[in-house]
Design a protein around this ligand. Structure first.
Ligand SMILES: Nc1nc2c(ncn2[C@@H]2O[C@H](COP(=O)(O)OP(=O)(O)OP(=O)(O)O)[C@@H](O)[C@H]2O)c(=O)[nH]1
Length: 308
């Protein structure tokens, strides 16, 4: 599915400590199991967490300017970082301190001075849990027939790309792709053959989109959603039309189509520069209206709707 989510890549751990000696020690301890990134204060930690999306954070409690407690509270209040597990490493070792750390949302609490091999093993255990969670999430995010992203994954990516494009004042494009006369194909050649067509179309589109952030998802039935972040209407239309042509070029015979002797698709697109807030439903309704127009004009074509 997501081409950028390499399951075999080394996990990333963010180590946050104001003392260089501790940062060096933890780096030495962990570098074989993960990629270690460092922050020496709370603000740096928040910035790195947002930008680099580490798999785990080791967070010192006692730091000047911003304490580890304040850092975790900010992390947990931010949609972009809420999911990242945090382990406190602290010289405060009274049960009440540990309890407070866990209450604030930490997954574990390690007292200083720590025993190196225990830290390493605990970090390994937590990274393993993160890995299992990613596996489960990925399983739930893939459409089993076509093996591309499912509608749930699409909704998730749409929300995050909407926010990202809003931050960058960049356009976000959406195309909806619908197979032409697919009912007739199924009726003529059987549902299993129809399934194979959906798989081939999905895989072809997935293979054609190469930019990180681009997403092809099965929206439902014989309908696909293609999300193109940082793509304006002109480029969106060009990419959409290219997808349409490439699907026609697969030359999958469709003996029951009045449009062409092969499988074709119609495509409708819409581009919006997100204003922030929730996803504007006009992105989808605009693309859907363009798709409807493409169907009405004779199918096997791409229409793009310009923003209001
Ligand atoms: N084989 C197969 N068919 C599916 C699947 N999901 C939806 N379909 C079929 O897709 C067809 C969609 O039919 P319609 O919505 O009438 O659209 P169409 O025949 O493609 O006609 P136009 O979109 O107007 O060109 C239905 O026959 C569904 O049964 C699937 O997973 N596998």
């Amino acid at each position: 599915m997501d081409k950028n989510q390499g399951m075999t890549a080394l996990p990333t751990v963010l180590v946050v400590d104001d003392e260089k000696q501790n940062r060096d020690l933890l780096t030495e301890l962990l570098h074989e199991d993960c990629r270690v990134i460092l922050a020496k204060n709370g603000n740096q930690a928040l910035e790195r967490a947002r930008e680099q999306q580490p798999d785990l954070i080791l967070l010192d409690v006692l730091m000047p300017d911003m304490s580890g407690h304040e850092v975790i509270q900010t992390l947990k209040n931010d949609d972009a970082t809420r999911h990242i597990p945090v382990i406190f490493i602290s010289a405060l070792d009274a049960p009440a301190d540990e309890e407070r750390g866990l209450d604030l949302g930490a997954v574990d609490y390690i007292a200083k001075p720590f025993h190196p091999s225990i830290v390493r093993k605990r970090v390994r255990n937590h990274l393993l849990s993160v890995h299992h969670r990613h596996l489960l999430e990925n399983l739930a995010m893939i459409d089993s027939l076509t093996e591309i992203a499912n509608r749930r994954r699409y909704a998730e990516v749409l929300e995050s790309e909407w926010r990202r494009c809003a931050r960058n004042a960049a356009p976000l494009s959406l195309a909806i792709v619908d197979v032409d006369h697919f009912k007739a194909y199924n009726d003529h050649l059987g549902h299993a053959a129809g399934d194979r067509v959906l798989r081939r179309i999905a895989q072809a589109m997935n293979g054609l989109l190469r930019r990180p952030g681009d997403l092809v998802a099965r929206y439902g039935g014989e309908e696909f959603a293609v999300l193109l972040p940082e793509t304006d209407a002109d480029s969106g239309y060009q990419i959409g039309n290219e997808l349409r042509q490439q699907i026609e070029a697969l030359a999958i015979a469709h003996p029951a189509s009045p449009v062409a002797p092969v499988i074709t698709v119609s495509l409708g697109g819409m581009t919006i520069v997100p204003a922030g807030g929730d996803v504007d439903p006009r992105l989808f309704s605009g693309a859907d209206a363009a798709l409807y127009a493409a169907k009405a004009e004779g199918r096997n074509r791409a229409f793009w709707r310009l923003g209001d």
